[in-house]
Design a protein around this ligand. Structure first.
Ligand code: ATP
Ligand code: MG
Length: 207
């Protein structure tokens, strides 16, 4: 599976989504992360985990638009997750085009949702889903965002990731497969929607 995590808004949870999704995918084969963001947050995360003596279960490396246009030659692992920068449309669109599916993480405030609508207008023809990445379901803005997306038939993950300090604290650490804050359920939803059968590593089933 090849997934791009995109949003034009800074700080929407792209890198956090990328790393947790990559960890969830690691149960189903080898995984690599391409870091398209010049800030290098995903790469930094992986190096810091390595420096602490507890490296990630997958490889993270910087990539570029040129590589994405030759993606099938460049990808070496079974699964690829592409982390993208905010506000760089060329990179975001090239990443979306290279992927089987796109995840758009967003907060649920009106300001954040406005950016999502703008991005949806520019999105190439690729399966996508909006993911509420720092949710507080008790708020009015949460209910408004969900209703608006549903009213417009925008694919929305049934799973949302709660706003939590524990998610924040996961930065720079190796992630545990049993502590993915809902990103494992996001992967299940994605695989179901795409009709992709994910077989656990070591089983007889083909990947
Ligand atoms: N569910 C969550 N609950 C609380 N904090 C979160 C959650 N998800 C992400 N964060 C925090 O929000 C901040 C932004 O997250 P992240 O770096 O993943 O966003 P980003 O979209 O990759 O940002 P950028 O646009 O700068 O690349 C980080 O401090 C991260 O730890
Ligand atoms: Mg980021």
């Amino acid at each position: 599976m090849r997934v791009a995590v995109i949003s034009t808004k800074g700080g929407s949870g792209k890198t956090t989504c990328t790393m947790h999704l990559a960890q969830a995918l690691a149960a189903f084969g080898t995984v690599e992360v391409f870091d398209m963001d010049p800030q290098g947050s995903a790469t930094d995360w992986a190096y810091r985990a390595e420096d602490s003596g507890d490296p990630m279960d997958f490889h993270v490396r910087p990539s570029n638009v040129r590589e994405l246009t030759h993606i099938s030659r460049v990808q070496t692992a079974d699964h690829l997750v592409i982390d993208t920068p905010p506000g760089l449309p060329d990179v975001i669109l090239a990443s979306a085009r290279a992927a089987d599916a796109v995840i758009i993480p967003t907060e649920h405030s009106g300001l954040d949702m406005a950016q999502v609508w703008k991005l949806l207008e520019a999105l190439p023809d690729v399966p996508y889903g909006v993911l509420i990445s720092k949710s507080n379901p008790r708020t009015i803005s949460y209910r408004e965002a969900v209703t608006e997306l549903q009213d417009h038939d925008v694919p929305l993950f049934a799973t949302d990731v709660r706003r939590s300090e524990r998610v924040k604290d996961s930065f720079a650490r190796r992630l545990r497969p049993d502590r993915l804050f809902g990103y494992d359920a996001v992967l299940e939803e994605l695989a179901r929607a795409l009709g992709v059968g994910l077989a656990p590593t070591g089983s007889e089933e083909p990947r």
